[in-house]
Write a protein that binds this ligand. Structure first.
Ligand code: F6P
Length: 343
């Protein structure tokens, strides 16, 4: 087959590992060809990219980022975008597109498929782990490892100074990274988007912990965590050119309130894009390799309009329609377990 591949949306550890697996499977095992479009959907509209060889992907398994580049652009943002994308796919003689991305990129893939522009196979990417239909997106394990290591390091400095450290992790609509890193790092409290927080309750919990003689605390807050209505006045939201709310900074609000309400000394650490950079963990490298191989196999089985997914340890195909447009939230059972460790 002649396959196209693209990486869209925010970057994520493991993108190169998926591209490498796609190329290995198609070129080496099926004798086909793979064309990599640059900069996500933008490269499809502009017909920019390169034919990928096994040699080109050598050494990329542990490398963060994406050798193809990425963007949040999509063909439907431009008047002639869909027609240009269709022309590019015909020009390259592609049988199908393997689309590696999060909800925005995969929703676009679904529309591209519906409009008959290309046959598509999806691969679920995002450190947030918020895509339905799969137990894991790749990149999540790496982000949790980075956040956990940071929390471990913050524990010792927090204890030396009897401070409260507020650590902000990514997690736009869901708190998977916060919940997992909070549990793994032994955080005192974790705040996630799914559960609007009451700052008075957070401060009461910290105060009761201090009264029992434990002074240092780590509070993990997901960037998308929100105060319960009527508790804290939040600044006006800001949006980027794609309509994405610019997040980042809730930790300053939380730490400020804790400082004023309890009198304890607080410090803020915002992990930000460090969670998305650098080498993927062994788990993510294996997941990406499995996803990439399975995506090519789905194309050969003509299971277009599907996404590869991890379910009960196996790689399966799920209908793209069942994966997009509905974030996968932190499960109540995991959240109940996390709460066992709160004061
Ligand atoms: O969607 C993944 C993610 O890492 C979110 O957690 C975060 O809010 C967003 O991307 C930030 O994207 P950027 O700053 O690259 O636009």
């Amino acid at each position: 087959m002649r396959l196209g591949v693209l990486t869209g949306g925010g970057d994520c550890p493991g993108l190169n590992a998926v591209i490498r697996a796609v190329v290995r499977r198609e070129v080496k095992d099926f004798g086909g060809e793979v064309f990599g479009f640059y900069d996500g959907w933008r490269g499809v509209v502009e017909n920019r990219g390169e034919w990928l060889s096994v040699l080109r992907l050598r050494g990329t398994l542990p490398r963060g980022g994406t050798i193809l580049g990425t963007s949040r652009d999509n063909p439907y943002m431009h008047d002639d975008g869909p027609a240009q994308a269709k022309a590019a796919i015909a020009d390259r003689g592609l049988d199908a597109l393997i689309v590696i991305g999060g909800d925005g990129t995969l929703s676009c893939a679904d529309r591209i498929s519906d409009d008959g522009i290309a046959k598509v196979i999806g691969v679920p990417k995002t450190i947030d782990n918020d895509i339905a239909g799969t137990e894991r997106t790749f990149g999540f394990d790496t982000a949790v490892s980075i956040a956990t290591e940071a929390i471990d390091r913050l524990h010792t400095t927090a204890e030396s100074h009897d401070r409260i450290m507020v650590v902000e992790v990514m997690g736009r609509h869901v708190g998977h990274i916060a919940a997992w890193a909070g549990l793994a790092g032994g955080a005192t409290m974790t705040l996630i988007p799914e559960e609007p927080f009451d700052i008075a309750e957070v401060c009461d919990a910290l105060t009761s912990r201090h009264r029992s003689g434990k002074f240092a605390s780590i509070v993990v807050v997901a960037e998308g965590a929100t105060p319960a209505p009527g508790t804290i006045d939040m600044p006006e939201p800001q949006f980027d050119q794609y309509g994405h709310q610019k997040l980042g900074g809730i930790a300053h609000v939380v730490a400020g309130e804790i400082g004023v309400r309890t009198g304890y000394e607080t410090r803020v650490t915002i992990l930000g894009h460090t969670q998305r950079g650098g080498t993927p963990t062994a788990f993510d490298r294996v997941l990406c390799s499995r996803f990439g191989v399975a995506a090519v196999d789905l194309a050969h089985d003509k299971k277009f309009g599907h996404m590869v997914a991890l379910r009960a340890g196996e790689i399966e195909a799920v209908d793209l329609q069942d994966a997009i447009g509905k974030p996968k939230y932190v499960s109540p059972t995991l959240w109940n377990t996390a709460q066992v460790f709160f004061p």
